[in-house]
Ligand binder design. Structure first.
Ligand SMILES: C[C@H](O)[C@H](O)[C@H]1CNC2=NC(N)=NC(=O)C2=N1
Length: 180
């Protein structure tokens, strides 16, 4: 009859011999190495990290841009897709390696175009977050939004885009099928 101690020793001895256990040890080592390598990669190469996942079900336009809440985004597409669907009409573009939000409109007249930019400027100033504004060819308004402080997109950019979408601009726009 084996004592408890002897029984435990025999169990551990047989386990040690079992290929599964050996595999398990090797698997554990590889798992640890992989995890370490992954964290090292994130530490060394993730230029900016996701501060935290965006709150769900929060109406973007009711948010306000706050510097202390700049949620920098990695290039992780899933986060960008989560936000881009909340700002219809805006597109993700990459200009010389900088990810930006872009949208364009056709306005009725040059003066209406300036009025358009004025309304956007007021929202931007209230937000403390500012877009790149273009009025080209007298009636083409183009807006790019990105966070200069991080050289890419943050949640603040999507908040500003949502607020611009919330502006009543119809009286300034030339009616076209797509109003591109
Ligand atoms: C101090 C001030 O809040 C910052 O300089 C703000 C101003 N507006 C801004 N707007 C944009 N698009 N990106 C910024 O990094 C930025 N920084």
């Amino acid at each position: 009859m084996l004592s408890g101690k002897q029984y435990g020793a025999s169990i551990s001895h047989s386990l040690l011999q079992h290929p599964c256990y050996i595999d398990t040890t090797v698997a554990e080592i590889f798992r640890w190495l992989w995890t370490f390598a992954l964290h090292l990669h994130v530490y060394l190469f993730a230029s900016i990290r996701v501060a935290d996942k965006p709150q769900d079900h929060e109406e973007l336009s009711s948010n306000t841009s706050r510097l202390n809440r700049i949620r920098a985004f990695c290039t992780g597409q899933e986060l960008l897709i989560y936000f881009i669907i909340q700002v219809p009409g805006w597109n993700l573009v990459n200009e010389d390696g900088t990810q930006k939000l872009h949208r364009s409109w056709k306005v009725k007249t040059f003066v209406r175009g300036m009025e358009f930019l004025r309304l956007v400027a007021d929202v931007a100033e209230a937000e403390g977050h500012h877009p790149d504004l273009h009025l080209v060819g007298w009636n083409n308004v183009k807006i790019d939004i990105w966070t200069h402080a991080v050289g890419g997109l943050t949640e603040n950019d999507f908040i500003l885009a949502a607020k611009i979408n919330g502006l009543n601009l119809h009286h300034l726009l030339r009616i076209t099928p797509t109003n591109k």
